[in-house]
Design a protein. Structure first.
Lengths: 130, 130
DNA sequence: TTTCAACTTTAAAATTATGGGATAGTTGGT
DNA sequence: ACCAACTATCCCATAATTTTAAAGTTGAAA
């Protein structure tokens, strides 16, 4: 199938498929005589793998490692688990950071009248912090 | 004072000060005869304002609006509050998304033996989702 | 058969916010 | 006068994706 159909059935846009190939995440695709890329079920399967990993927030570097582990029948599940745990830890760190931001914002917003007068604790906070 | 001192006392790097000026977040700075930028206490105050807003996760577009509101003595606190609430809502959306990712990852990782055998629920999940 | 819409190709650039480097000019103290 | 430390501008890099543009290909209708 051509790239458009592979994109539709895998959920990875044609742009991204070409991009992943360009950066080496996917092996260079064999071309038909007309220079169009040609995809089969196994390539679509790989694309789905990538999309799922992306949906879980993995960066492309990690996705490359996961693809290698997937292809490697002699892999150790230890290595996969380590990647997943490390990524979960990263997510937790970012979540904590954003929660702190949100909590501060909610506090400030709750203290703000939200009327047509200029006085505002939010602006005061932004203006006063050293 | 010169840009280096303004950077130190405001917590915004010299690179970023120049960048903010270039993209119009800050008004073009008057230059001394030697073409060096010159900053006073009010500029440093503005830089601190920007840094605090950045620490709260506001994007530069929002920071521009907040700066306008700060400068505008006839502002309505309603407008400030709306920006803060909108940003808090964005944070909440991202937090929820990342929590869902993390929870899935933790579930999968807990189900994984993490030994030297290849069998792995994490890989299976990535490979099987449509 | 011509033609036209819908595809594909490559390449380049925008996005967001920041950091890094190169090169050149300026300052200030010794 | 000299030299380290500063400043100036300009370009590049990051991460992942979208956008744009220009050019070639296909398939089917008119």
């Amino acid at each position: 199938m051509k790239i458009g159909e592979a994109a539709l059935t895998s959920g990875v846009s044609a742009k991204m498929i070409r991009h992943y190939e360009e950066i080496g995440l996917l092996p260079p695709n064999l071309r038909r005589a007309n220079s169009y890329r040609d995809y089969g079920t196994s390539e679509v399967h790989e694309l789905r793998f990538i999309r799922r990993a992306r949906d879980l927030g993995f960066g492309l570097a990690d996705i490359g490692k996961l693809l290698d582990l997937w292809r490697n029948k002699a892999r150790h599940s230890f290595d996969v688990k380590a990647l997943a745990r490390a990524h979960a830890a990263e997510l937790n760190a970012k979540i904590s950071e954003m929660e702190a931001m949100r909590d501060t914002l909610v506090l400030l917003a709750n203290a703000c009248n939200g009327d047509n007068r200029p006085d505002c604790p939010i602006i005061n906070d932004l203006a006063s912090k050293t």
